[in-house]
Write a protein that binds this ligand. Structure first.
Ligand code: SAH
Length: 244
């Protein structure tokens, strides 16, 4: 593992502590390497609008790790990150929980080239990147109702996300959406879709991003019943004609 000097990670480590996470030095170095790769690749392709070191560590890395507030026992769970983009929240979770059984999905393969390069460079065993659309993969045998947990950050409105994500979750499992502070109206609008997909609202965890005053929510939805076979509808339909 190459070492990266000259970066001040104090604020990041305070944030980790606030989340109850204690990482080995090697894991902090994995985060720094991830930052370095993100900056380099971002010059060639559009991966993130956030490039400042402190902001990436806060708004991407810590933000992704905030999941532990809702799901403290990630270890041993089979996790799907729907619409991972440049690897959020998947990669930070895989770094913090070595060996995490994680599938990161995106419909844009170019972004997954980056995610795969990170997985390889950081040696994140257990993490894989899969190219496809939620609407298609959710009908494949190896994906449908195959995950304990599906997470998704900044991908779509909750009503649409429910149709993308809940089909992947086993009965008894959970779907968690990363959202901003103002989420109540969106949750209400999603009630119909959630119920149709066999889900049931669990908790909505509201908090501030560690080290900032930025409000965030984790919307947790429990999978209670199997999703009817007709869902998700064909590619594009959940977004163009949401179940509201
Ligand atoms: N989760 C990342 C990326 C958010 S951008 C983050 O928080 O930074 C949204 C991503 O979702 C994009 O990369 C887009 O390609 C992907 N996406 C949108 N709709 C999708 C779908 N139906 N199936 C798979 N990926 C999708």
């Amino acid at each position: 593992m190459e070492t990266l000097n000259g970066y001040n990670t104090d604020k990041f480590e305070q944030g980790l502590q606030a989340l109850g996470l204690s990482l080995e030095n090697e894991q902090v170095e994995q985060f720094l390497l991830y930052y370095k790769m993100l900056s380099e690749w971002n010059e060639r392709m559009n991966l993130t609008a956030i490039t400042d070191f402190d902001e990436v560590l806060s708004k991407h890395f810590l933000d992704s790790l905030c999941l532990v507030q809702a799901i403290p026992n990630l270890k041993g769970q089979k996790v799907l990150d729907m619409g991972t983009g440049a690897g959020f929240p998947g990669i930070p979770l895989a770094i913090a929980f070595p060996g995490l059984d994680l599938v990161m999905v995106d419909s844009v393969n170019k972004k997954l080239d980056f995610v795969r390069a990170v997985v390889e460079k950081l040696g994140l065993s257990g993490a894989v990147a899969v190219h496809g659309r939620a609407e298609d993969l959710a009908h494949e045998k190896n994906y449908r109702k195959n995950f304990d947990l599906c997470v998704s950050r900044a991908v779509a409105d909750l009503a649409i996300l429910a149709e993308y994500c809940l089909p992947f979750v086993k009965n008894g499992g959970m779907f968690v959406a990363y959202k901003s502070a103002e989420v109540d109206a969106e949750c209400e609008r999603a009630e119909k879709a959630v119920t149709l997909m066999g889900g049931e609202p669990d908790q909505v965890l509201k908090y501030t991003l560690p080290g900032t005053d930025a409000g965030r929510s984790l919307v947790c939805i429990k999978k209670k019943r199997a999703t009817p076979r007709v869902y998700p509808r064909k590619a594009g339909k959940p977004a163009s004609d949401p179940l509201i």
